[in-house]
Design a protein around this ligand. Structure first.
Ligand code: ADP
Ligand code: MG
Length: 188
């Protein structure tokens, strides 16, 4: 499903020729649940941002199924990302002045998807945050905020869910819960 072929990433060749990624190759099959591990600064976020189409490669090819994503133009990458990628961040990245419901609604609006209400309620139930529906992020615990963020990543039915240290801002047991949720979703 995902294939990286000798991906190299250099952020700024002028400053220094330091490679954030140096010919990284990786294949991930449909249905796989994969963790990328390594010390701080080793390029994990860079790799996820490339897979998530939030950043471009300096060299190498990135394919999803038969599409060479690394060759798409900006507009097509934008479309591809909206449709196929769900992203979960360490610090949740929710909109502060939007309720849980409205945060989950955003990608549906961006994708012009119908029957929004049914889809959002489905996610609220699935992630056990029905009671948080009308709350702002600051009124929720970290674990609840991350569940809203996961709901937002899932609601468009994206094939690829990426999570960059999704438990990094949570205590250990809440973090374990988030991992269990992601595993469960992957199994489904
Ligand atoms: P990790 O997520 O594993 O901690 P990163 O992908 O964030 O690693 O960083 C890999 C390397 O790329 C580091 O040396 C980091 O300083 C550098 N880097 C990351 N983001 C940028 C950026 N936007 N501009 C310049 N250098 C960056
Ligand atoms: Mg990182």
């Amino acid at each position: 499903m995902i294939r990286l072929d000798k991906i190299t990433k250099i952020y700024d060749a002028k400053v220094e020729n330091k490679k954030a990624l140096d010919e990284v190759s990786l294949t991930i099959d449909n249905g796989e649940f994969v963790a990328i591990m390594g010390p701080s600064g080793s390029g994990k976020s860079t790799l996820l941002n490339i897979i998530g189409c939030m950043d471009s490669v300096t060299d190498g090819s990135y394919y999803v199924d038969d599409i060479e994503v690394s060759r798409l133009n900006k507009l097509d990458i934008h479309r591809f990302r909206k449709k196929n990628i769900g992203f979960v961040f360490q610090h949740f990245a929710l909109m502060d002045y939007y309720t849980a419901y409205e945060n989950i609604e955003l990608p549906l609006l961006a994708n012009n998807i119908r029957r929004k209400d049914r889809k959002i309620n489905e996610q609220l139930k699935k992630l056990n945050i029905v009671e948080e529906k009308d709350k702002l992020p600051k009124k929720m615990s970290g674990g609840q905020q991350q569940r809203v963020a996961i709901a937002r990543a899932l609601v468009t039915n994206a094939d690829i869910i990426l999570a960059d240290e999704p438990t990094g801002a949570l205590d250990q047991s809440t973090g374990q819960e988030v991992i269990n949720i992601l595993r469960e979703i992957n199994n489904q």
